[in-house]
Write a protein that binds this ligand. Structure first.
Ligand SMILES: C[S@@+](CC[C@H](N)C(=O)[O-])C[C@H]1O[C@@H](n2cnc3c(N)ncnc32)[C@H](O)[C@@H]1O
Length: 242
């Protein structure tokens, strides 16, 4: 399992590159395969489409069972809404005698946070707004907990083709008992040369500009916009002075 990082080559770890070099077969969602096109010479490549997750993992396991060294690639980190869990679940359920290594990658939240400044300096949570696998009422409970605990959070999968209101509803829950002035930002294609940022607040955010290539960073009640970006103070200045 190889996490390729979020946007561009500079965010790819040496560990991920070494695993690619060592592999005989590379399996992945077509856009992720395209992103590493210059690393695939001499390898068998299996590109799959969206929603082919189970089949993709199945194919990778079958190649591995036939004795090949396989890299199953994910964007970001393979263990953050990626395929790592499914690989381990199938291997366990089927009692497969395979050596499986999870190579960590930088998750998109880290690239987005860096692009914005330092919004994740304190405790923070990550929630996917995708209700394909998790019922919406369960997602709402998680969001309520974040509002109750006044945590910063990063929202993955903020937009669905079927449901246009996910993000609007999520921001409304995150506003409960908190100032609507809390900073919010969407980062699209974080870490890539085409990265774009939309800024706003919990009470006033351009949700229609957010798509599935974006994630949304929401501050806590101490987070503020500064000339250099979004900051959630760690508390040093308050404790020791500037
Ligand atoms: C299935 S999740 C994959 C997450 C990935 N495994 C990771 O660790 O970053 C896909 C969602 O991640 C977010 N995402 C992935 N790459 C991104 C990027 N470069 N910029 C902004 N959001 C990104 C988007 O919200 C997208 O809908």
């Amino acid at each position: 399992m190889v996490g390729l990082g979020p946007g561009s080559e500079v965010h790819r770890t040496p560990g991920a590159l070494n695993a690619l070099v060592a592999s005989q077969v590379v399996v992945g969602y077509a856009p992720y395969i395209d992103a590493i096109g210059d690393r695939l010479d001499g390898k068998q490549v299996v590109r799959s489409g969206m929603k082919g997750e189970l089949e993709r993992v199945r194919q990778a396991l079958d190649f591995a069972l036939s004795g090949r060294d396989v890299a199953l690639v994910s964007s970001g980190d393979a263990g953050v809404y990626g395929m790592a869990g499914l690989v381990l679940e199938l291997a366990e359920a089927e009692g497969l005698d395979l050596s499986i290594e999870i190579i960590p990658g930088m998750t998109a939240a880290q690239a987005a946070a860096a692009a914005l400044g330092a919004p994740l300096m304190l405790d923070w949570a990550v929630v996917s707004l995708s209700d394909l696998m998790v019922p919406w009422d369960r997602i709402c409970r998680k969001l309520s907990g974040i509002a109750y605990g006044d945590l910063c959070c990063v929202l993955y999968n903020p937009r669905s083709r079927g449901r246009r209101t996910l993000l609007r509803d999520a921001l409304a829950i995150l506003s409960r008992d908190r100032p609507t002035t809390i900073p919010v930002a969407a980062v699209r294609e974080a870490g890539s040369p085409t990265q774009t940022i939309h800024r706003g607040t919990l009470g006033d955010f351009p949700v229609d500009l957010v798509d599935m290539k974006s994630l949304v960073v929401v501050g806590d009640s101490t987070t503020r916009w500064t000339a250099r970006g979004m900051i959630t103070p760690r508390g040093y200045v308050e404790k020791y002075g500037a």
